[in-house]
Design a protein around this ligand. Structure first.
Ligand SMILES: [Zn+2]
Length: 376
């Protein structure tokens, strides 16, 4: 287990011992609320937040979910932590926010009622639009109280993601957080301008994102991956007792590409989320409904299937498969070998996510016989 040294994180800009006039005691869990806006009927809209404080001072970690209001796997993971009576902090504090974007969550939507994406408006402004004002409240009350952030997301509507962590690896602490989280796949990029993770990191609160699964669901393997990752980071920061539980192999992806349909029609998938694919390997065949016309989509490089559409009817240009490129240094074959071991969380995740798509070999029309994930 590797420890994140104390000199790597900085003390929060705002103290954690009080919340809007309320005392937050040590060694307790406190439920607090953050008013972020008002409804059309003038009712105050307050984000529910649980703050855990340890006995000693230490790093403060925020964990947020449903920044896109339809992305609920992270909410499921944070609920697991809230319901876990055995989770005891030795030091520092944990700020748990199961629903960050309350107005979008209530509409089962990614977007706010003004049709803006909250995750493009950070750090926000207290004189700006509805969205900018909410972003400003979150920045000034949650991010300002933290040393480190973890933001939980899923794929957007009609897609699924194999769990991956995204971080600005040019930031040394964000890089170590991404590794300690223990995701098999790490994507190296700073994140879109105005996103919570990019702007919090710029403000001195290095923040990573986990992406996994689909909207409108709480998927057991994704929740288990998120909870494992959050606890791994808390262990590395010496905030909880325990051992870091990481897969044997982790790969860093620098280049990704969406493979798009060339023709309209019905898709037959040949790969599943999380699968390692070789260059020119068939990913999906797009056929006319009576099967006379076929168009086979091939992988442009050796890589890992990061995301896939779950809607098998497509038009030209629509995205089918998101592939992360594995280069010489990235241990792609090692990754495949290690994941084939029985009972690993990663293997279970590949199997669970594949239950959402029909996967058949191009040659036989049967589930691929040599695929270790199809045998259990
Ligand atoms: Zn999202």
């Amino acid at each position: 287990m590797s420890i994140i040294p104390d000199h790597k994180w900085r003390a929060p800009a705002k103290p954690i011992d009080t919340w809007r006039g309320k005392k937050i005691p040590r060694n307790e869990r406190s439920n607090v609320f953050l008013p972020v806006s008002e409804s059309y009927s003038g009712i105050s809209l307050k984000i529910p937040i649980q703050i855990h404080r340890g006995v000693e001072d230490g790093p403060v970690v925020f964990v947020t979910a449903a920044l896109h209001g339809d992305e609920l796997n992270g909410t499921g993971a944070i609920r697991e932590l809230i319901c876990d009576d055995n989770l005891k902090l030795l030091r520092g504090a944990l700020i748990l926010v199961p629903i960050l974007n309350l107005l979008a969550f209530d509409r089962h939507s990614r977007y706010l009622p003004d049709r803006r994406d909250l995750n493009r408006f950070f750090p926000g402004s207290n004189k700006g639009s509805l969205t900018a004002r909410i972003a400003h409240k979150i920045s000034s009350e949650i991010v300002a109280r933290a040393s480190i952030g973890i933001d939980l997301h899923t794929a957007s509507v009609r897609r699924t993601n194999y769990p991956n962590v995204r971080a600005d690896l040019s930031n040394p602490l964000a890089k170590q957080l991404a590794i300690e989280f223990g995701s098999e796949v790490i994507l190296s990029n700073p994140g879109p301008e105005g996103s919570l993770r990019a702007e919090a990191t710029k403000l001195g609160v290095p923040t990573i994102v986990m992406e996994g699964g689909e909207v409108w669901k709480v998927e057991p393997a994704i929740v288990a991956t998120a909870v494992r990752g959050i606890k791994n980071i808390l262990c590395s920061l010496q905030m909880i007792d325990g051992n870091v539980d990481r897969p044997d192999t982790q790969v860093v992806i620098k280049t990704t590409k969406w493979i798009r349909a060339n023709r309209g029609g019905f898709l037959q998938f040949h790969v599943r989320p999380g699968q390692i694919v070789e260059q020119h390997q068939p990913l999906a065949t797009n056929t006319s409904l009576l099967g006379q016309e076929k168009n086979v989509l091939l992988s442009p490089f050796t890589g890992v299937v990061l995301g896939m559409t779950t809607l098998p009817a497509v038009s030209p240009g629509e995205p089918i498969c998101h592939i992360g490129q594995l280069d010489h240094d990235s241990h792609g074959l090692e990754l495949l070998g290690n994941r084939a071991e029985a009972k690993s969380l990663e293997r279970r995740t590949v199997k669970d996510l594949a239950s959402n798509v029909l996967v058949k070999s191009m040659e036989t029309g049967l589930p691929p016989a040599n695929d270790p994930h199809s045998k259990t």
